[in-house]
Design a protein around this ligand. Sequence first.
Ligand code: ADP
Ligand code: MG
Ligand code: MG
Length: 546
Amino acid sequence: MDIGGLETVVANSAYVSARGSIDGAAAATMRDKKYRSKLNLPHIRQCEQMKTIVDTSFDSMCVRQPIGKRLFQQYLESEADYKNPVDLWKDIEDYIVAQENDRAKKAQKIVNKYYESSSKNFCDFLGDKAVSRVKEDFKNIRGDLFKESEQQLLVHLEAKALTGFKDSMYFLRYVQFKWLESQPVAEDWFMDFRVLGKGGFGEVHACQMKATGKMYANKKLNKKRLKKRKGYDGAIIEKRILAKVHSRFIVTLAYAFQTKTDLCLVMTIMNGGDLRFHMYNVDEKNPGFNETRACYYTAQIICGLEHLHQHRIVYRDLKPENVLLDDAGHVRLSDLGLAVELPPGKDKTQGYAGTPGFMAPELLQKKEYDYTVDYFTLGVTLYEMVAAKGPFRCRGEQVDNNEVTRRILNDPVSYPPTFSQELKDLCEGLMEKDPEKRLGFKNNECAELKNQSFFKELNWGRLEAGMLPPPFVPDPKMVYAKDIDDVGAFSTVKGVVIDNKDDEFYTEFATGNVPIPWQEEMIETGVFGELNIWGQNGKLPNDLDP
Ligand code: ADP
Ligand code: MG
Ligand code: MG
């Protein structure tokens, strides 16, 4: 073996062993003690300023932020008045993530306990209509069975319990965690593992947050290369959009910081490689996926697109290469560098962006467009997943971009005889040249698209809850990335000088911890539990004792 090959073997083995030990409790053993000890709650006297600036709106603090929600629920549990609502809240959450065969039993229990006026746990804040609807419907074990009740529950809690929470020691604890969350992070908090891929401005490495042991991917953007190639706008847009979306179908940004040479985006690590690799490189004699597998990935991609579009974001760069697999075989959208956000009141955008062979006709014609372009790229992606070639290219054909554009604008797509009618219908609905007629995002959702007969066997509720088993599980010992030598090095950037103005931009970019993923990490790795200690016999713990 040559030195390069050896380097890959060594790097792979460190990376595989770090990633294998990260599920749940094992993460604790991978932590760096020195960094773990830096994660400490400050005395509450240190948080006076934080107290005045934390976001205390109910939805953000008590529902969306994972640590805020935990502490709010702990407060509710400490007050007899809120025992029933908090128990109902937790039982509903438990129902949503339960397996279907457990749901009927759980639903029955919830109904008996909280929905019957004769029960001692009866929740009288639930509206009569919601109660009767649940009672009529609970045998259908739908994922959203209790949605209306949960909303009423939250309205009730906001009205009755929010003030009490803000006066309680649980709120002070929330403020302490927000203080800790606001502390700066830098390069030294992360240990780098091997390179996973190469981007336009730098490499993406596997890395491990030293204090918690959690693995992430670190996408590095070289400052000089960014400046030379005018990448600042794209970098800040990608960062803002990644920090804003929270979906199991899109990679999540957890940290943004800078080093002397790079801007760094630390995000969900996707160890399973990209769809393009799985289509063409796993079984070279038999490229592409069967329809069941393509159906599953397409459904997860649709969930990701729907989330982006609900947040007014046009993705523009959907293609197999940008769809990544995680350890379990679920997929997420990645590489949001070409995405744009439609500002309030503006429903269309413009601009040539995307990958040749995938771009929608209206975009190629330089017209204004909106989310519709992403459903055209979805059609191209789906077609390619099954046909193992793009719809506007023959296999192995070298063809220039103008010809591809001409075909997209003018030529009908021809389908291999192996395509089922359902698949063909769906591809046609998505690759419809007229954006008005194309399947897609309507009335703020993708309901019509999800109802296409290609998906008739698919349980969307379970898929959206992350409970539907993937059709393929990546091998935990395998490294789905190129050998280190084959990743390719960057040439050095010459003739670029970084000045004060650049530094201002870097500071704007390097916002540190992203609240929701940071809080999830603290909970999931057990750090939250280790820090959230209360005094004995109703006494305040030292750090909250004024
Ligand atoms: P660019 O925008 O510069 O093209 P990408 O975001 O596509 O950069 O990242 C470059 C490569 O790094 C990808 O093709 C992929 O191989 C790898 N990569 C990117 N993000 C992740 C991730 N979250 N997990 C694992 N690998 C990733
Ligand atoms: Mg890319
Ligand atoms: Mg990009």
